[in-house]
Design a protein. Structure first.
Length: 89
């Protein structure tokens, strides 16, 4: 909490981040996604992204119930970026 890692400040909770966040990129076991979703809901973050192999129906339902519909689960952000760049070329 508040420690520096590779020169960047680490925060214990999403709500503690003092700037606006575009993407919350989650690398936690699927069982933790509902808790991360609850924290996400208390922020102004725009996109909830759970990495490849991670998904939770409960987390999705929590997010959608509050109108947070920018949800990605079970996808690798790097793979998706590479796929989209290939489509543009």
């Amino acid at each position: 909490m508040g420690q520096k890692i590779l020169g960047e400040t680490a925060y214990a909770r999403l709500q503690d981040i003092p700037v606006s966040v575009d993407i919350v990129n989650v690398f936690r076991l699927s069982e933790f996604l509902p808790g991360v979703a609850r924290d996400f809901i208390e922020t102004d973050a725009k996109i909830f992204w759970a990495q490849l192999g991670l998904q939770s129906q409960e987390a999705e339902e929590l997010l959608r119930a509050t109108g947070r519909n920018h949800i990605v689960m079970n996808r690798c952000i790097k793979r998706e970026y590479n796929r989209l760049v290939k489509e543009i070329d």
